[in-house]
Design a protein around this ligand. Sequence first.
Ligand code: ADP
Ligand code: MG
Length: 421
Amino acid sequence: MVENLVEKKREQEIQVLHKAFESFNEASQQLQGSYDKLQERIKELDSQLADKNLELKQNLNEKDKVKNYLNNILESLHNGVVVIDSNEKITAFNQSAGVIMGKSPGKCVGKKLKDVFSPDFFESTFAPLIQTKEKNESLDRVYYLEDNEKVDIRVSASPMKDNKDKEVGTVLIVQDVTDLKRLEEEVQRNQRLTAMGEMAAGIAHEIRNPLGSIELFASLLRKDLEEDVDKQLLADHICSGVKNMDRIISSILLFAKSPEPSCQRCDINAMLQELLEFSSNIIYPENIKIIRKFGKGKLFCRGDADLLRQVFLNFIRNAIQAMQEEGELILKSEEIGISKKGKREGACIAISISDTGIGISPENIRKIFNPFFTTKARGTGLGMAIAYNIIKAHQGTIEVESQQNVGTTFTVKIPIWDTKR
Ligand code: ADP
Ligand code: MG
């Protein structure tokens, strides 16, 4: 009986255990199901994440590409571009801006515009443009680089807006207009010279006729006064005055008619040497030392020997007149612009005439090629105007460098004689 009871209890216990086991099994199956689902979900999320990551990466690449592209455009521009934010802090400064204004872009970005440029330049140029932001407004200014070299620049500004049309800064465009200004000046000078030339030629002709009569009558008078030496001297004065005027008129006419140079092979060194040794038109004072720095051999240029002789004579005469007391006259000649491979295209002969004279003031230097501009009591002011016309007709150039009380150098460049042309 007791045994029976024990048996029954054990059976009951086994059943409970069985049930427990079953429910455990069930729970574990459920758990496995959930776990599988979870894993599936994780997989799904993983793949979604991977897609998103890819998209993000592509976006970033795209953004980088656009940024590089815009940067390349900015850096390829010939114009200087400076971008500032609303606090006037520089956010972009391209290479060209650096080249034009002699700044290193890396050192400018992040700084205030005010701190990068001189206060004078900032106030006179950037400040008004930033304030007005008129699209078509530009200012032409002379900008001085650190070595005091001058650059003519044109600056304009336009507002920079974000995609909500809110103003977030200013874009400043800087152009180097030095060559443009030089050309403008040259065109103006040519127009002025042509107009003055025409007028001068008219006047010279009008004067030359009565002058001829005066000389004729003066010489007749001189003959009549053979017995009176004193009065004859007066007639001589008239004659020499007339000759002087005639000389001036010849210069005017030389200046007025545009020269048409013949095209010969001119040996420049021989020409300069001849002017220094045999010219009856110049007196070389003894206290002026003449230094020859002639290029080796024969330097041939294309030109009209008579006209070129006249040009160098004018330069030498001026140089001597600029050194009243004593000094050095240096004549230099060289061939320039011939490439290492011997290519002669664009090559020329450069002749410079330097003196250690009084020099030319900066305000006068612009005027020296104007006809009738002279600082001398008995000057005609035509020497330089004639030289300018003649060299221009030879497709050449004249450069001048001068420092007051130190000296002056004129450099003439004339195309080389090249048989291939
Ligand atoms: P002019 O000699 O009759 O004055 P030019 O046309 O030859 O006329 O020269 C014009 C002016 O240019 C001169 O009066 C002088 O002021 C200036 N000039 C030209 N050459 C020199 C020089 N080598 N040194 C100083 N001044 C010069
Ligand atoms: Mg002169």
